[in-house]
Design a protein around this ligand. Structure first.
Ligand SMILES: [Zn+2]
Ligand SMILES: [Zn+2]
Length: 428
């Protein structure tokens, strides 16, 4: 049996066994469904609908799809092949946070890329080939508990720093899910929000991400050689920025220095950082004295550097969301409780109060555990590594690998399923 057939059979068996645990959706019969089968790599079958959830579960058991999605939108005729004919009624507000789309330092350890144009290869995150500048990049992006922790922190920021205080969204309207791979998504189900147009969604997305914030409009200005900030005794971004500055100034000198030197954000030169550190105490005094918004005088700091500093703060405060997902009202998103075909992990819904402790790669609460193929009797499987280099995989507190091409390894069932889903190994 080919590995594809083997995985398909496993997925079918999972759906058969767990069908009663797969959650339903609101307005189920008005959602569009789409799936990616095992036998083809690119083709997604869309424009499906199901009158009741039982029909959908039967479909899962019969097909055992590699990936299955449903629309954030609700339609009068979700099965209509044309978008215009679907009779759009509104769309949930969806926010996707996925480490595929933002920098994490540990990618230098576990993400590989290879240029199909010139053959150059390397580690970390690149968008185009550093050698030939072409975009034909093949990447091997790995799962990692540090990356997932970062993504989770972004979701927490999103909820408690933006959705609740700035938009008044009730926690009970939010549905959070671990994607089953490298991120999380959050869905807001609320009648008013469903009516938002795509451009209104973009405005909200930009606000949350901290895009296009005008520091001048907030109040940053220069008057006879002194720079003035704005009050933090307000709400929205001005308050967030000032609060963040207070927090950062209280960090140790070493931490603050590292942060300001960090190439991925502030990226100040050593001399500027030295000047900034010399004025740190003055800055703390000024920020604690709410009557004056004068910024300290820092050696080498003109308007350009102050803007660079404030933009760095904005980057720290903003949430790393994947904006195209939020503004696309016809987007399909992974169905909760379904399996992710690149990992064999479950897309796991989590309640807001479960989020803090949730640890997708080593979850102790069985009900929330996305690693569904962990065998109770500790069966192992032999597989051969196909990919040149496979990074170490840490699941359930145990590390497997790194491996290289041609290696034959014997690993627990859930690790074998993961490596097969990732297409970096084959059964022997
Ligand atoms: Zn290249
Ligand atoms: Zn990582």
């Amino acid at each position: 049996m080919s590995d594809i057939n083997y995985l398909k059979r496993l997925f079918k068996a999972y759906y058969k066994e767990k069908s009663s645990e797969i959650p339903s959706l609101s307005s189920f019969e008005n959602r569009e469904f789409g799936y990616i089968p095992w036998d083809t790599k690119t083709f997604m079958k869309r424009h499906m609908s199901f009158k009741v959830q039982e029909q959908f579960l039967t479909h899962l058991i019969n097909e055992g799809p590699r990936h299955i999605y449903s629309s954030g939108a609700i339609y009068k005729q979700p099965e209509n092949q044309n978008m215009e004919g679907k009779e759009y009624q509104g769309c949930d507000f969806i926010i996707d946070i996925d480490v595929d789309h933002f920098y994490t330092p540990c990618k230098e350890d576990h993400d590989f890329w290879y240029c199909k144009e010139c053959g150059e290869s390397g580690v970390g995150m690149v968008h185009s080939c550093p050698n030939c500048k072409k975009l034909k990049i093949k990447t091997l992006a790995w799962i990692c508990d540090r990356c997932l922790e970062t993504a989770k922190r972004e979701i927490i920021k999103l909820i408690y720093n933006f959705l609740i205080p700035d938009f008044g969204i009730d926690l009970s309207n939010m549905k959070i899910a671990f994607s089953g791979h490298r991120g999380y998504h959050l869905k807001i189900e609320n009648q008013q929000i469903r009516k938002l147009t795509s451009s209104e969604r973009r405005e909200i997305a930009d606000y949350i991400a901290g895009e296009n914030i005008s520091l001048e409009l907030l109040g940053l200005q220069e008057k006879s050689g002194t720079f003035y900030s704005f009050s933090g005794d307000t709400y929205g971004w001005a308050q967030k920025i000032i609060r963040k500055i207070s927090v950062l100034l209280k960090k140790s000198d070493l931490e603050l220095r590292d942060l300001l030197l960090n190439k991925e954000n502030f990226n100040f030169s050593k001399n500027y950082v030295k000047g900034f550190m010399n004025s740190k105490q003055d800055f703390i005094n000024k920020i604690e004295n709410h009557n004056t918004f004068a910024l300290p005088s820092v050696e080498g700091f003109g308007l350009a550097n102050w803007k660079k500093f404030f933009n760095g703060i904005i980057h720290e405060v903003g949430v790393e969301i994947d904006t195209p997902v939020t503004i696309d009202i016809h987007r399909l998103i992974r169905y909760p409780g379904s399996l992710h075909g690149k990992t064999g992990f479950k897309t796991q819904e989590i309640l807001p109060d479960e989020l803090d402790d949730f640890n997708p790669l080593d979850e102790i609460n069985k009900k929330l555990d996305p690693i569904v193929f962990e065998s109770k009797v500790h069966t192992t499987q032999k597989v051969e590594i196909l990919e040149k280099q496979v990074p170490a995989t840490k699941i359930k507190g145990k590390s497997y690998g790194p491996y290289t091409q041609g290696e034959i390894i014997e690993v627990p069932h859930h690790i074998a399923v993961f490596l097969l889903c990732k297409e970096v190994a084959k059964t022997i």
